[in-house]
Design a binder for this molecule. Structure first.
Ligand code: ASP
Length: 313
């Protein structure tokens, strides 16, 4: 099954030479597949779930994706699900799907950095590679395929604004690469960073909600103060504030003024989790950390993890 959600892979620009001034989410996934000769022999069924720029990704499309992917994975004749998605938030969708589905069959997210109308678009190759990965014997769980690399849902992050190989898996490294239609695995995929326990009821709770528990993301920086936190607390009546993820400096240090405001928030029942704003590495836990450590997740993934955890309460 191939599910389309939009993104640059389905984007169109007025000029073939224009790789940035395009509109994402324009080309239907069926049209897109028909234009990739390498997919002629792949038995692909397609379904358009959404047609958006992934900067606007949110609960509605996520719920539709979770529902449809779960339904397709249950069909015996479906060996894998591929999802086309914008690059901007693909890491969040990958993490969310892995957290809620923990699929035994592969769910392969793919994307493009250039619109379909570009002189040399990268989408067709990425989609061909995604099909290769979807058919690979050892493939399991949610992965992201881009620029010939296969990244695990937990580790993948977009690290470049423009380059075709815009993704990285940090210290963990990619799970595999795709070389001329073949997968070369670097390690065992089923152990790809699964340190969060799988909660089988979380999916049902997620599908039943109208909005995610509100979790805000705040960065610590030089000259920081606690005013954003105090503002959030003051506006609590509009939509209850349930959690804050703080992207700390270095190994999870937080400006003292912001720490004070976050302690006040905690005292008022707001859950606070700590991540690092560093691009690489993870917060190494130690007793001196000011707040609960987010288990090495990036700030945006820690935000989702906390929102999912708060669904239980
Ligand atoms: N803004 C686009 C999106 O995320 C970027 C891309 O797909 O590369 O949908």
């Amino acid at each position: 099954m191939l599910l389309g959600t939009g993104g640059t892979i389905a984007g169109r620009a007025a000029e073939a030479a224009d790789n940035v001034g395009y509109v994402a989410g324009q080309v239907d996934v069926a049209e897109f597949v028909a234009a990739v000769p390498a997919l002629d022999e792949a038995p692909l069924d397609v379904e358009q779930i959404a047609q958006i720029d992934s900067k606007d990704m949110g609960l509605g499309v996520w719920q539709a994706l979770v529902r449809r992917i779960a339904a397709h994975l249950e069909r015996q004749e479906v060996k894998a699900v591929i999802v086309t998605h914008g690059t901007d938030t693909i890491e969040e969708t990958a993490f969310l799907l892995q957290s809620l589905l923990r699929p035994a069959k592969p769910v392969v997210l793919t994307c493009a950095m250039r619109p379909s109308t570009a002189l040399m678009p990268d989408g067709p190759q990425n989609l061909s590679d995604a099909v290769v990965v979807a058919r690979y014997e050892g493939a399991v769980g949610v992965v992201v395929v881009c620029a010939g690399q296969v990244h695990g849902a937990r580790d993948v992050a977009k690290v470049h604004t423009y380059r075709l190989d815009a993704f990285d898996s940090g210290d963990a490294g990619p799970l595999a690469c795709v070389e001329e239609g073949r997968v070369r695995a670097f390690r065992n995929w089923d152990s790809a960073g699964e340190d969060r326990p799988f909660d089988t009821k979380a999916r049902a709770r997620f599908l039943a909600i109208k909005e995610l528990p509100r979790v805000e993301l705040i960065t610590s920086h030089a000259d920081a103060d606690g005013s954003l936190v105090r503002g959030l607390l003051a506006l609590r009546h509009e939509r209850p504030l349930r959690g804050i993820v703080v992207a700390g400096t270095g190994n999870g240090t937080v400006h003292s003024a912001l720490t004070k405001a976050l302690n006040d928030a905690q005292a008022q029942g707001v859950r606070v989790r700590l991540t690092s704003r560093c691009v690489n590495g993870r917060v190494v836990p130690h007793p001196g950390l000011a707040f609960e450590d987010a288990g090495g997740l990036s700030p945006v993934k820690a935000r989702l993890a906390l929102a999912l955890d708060l669904l239980e309460v």
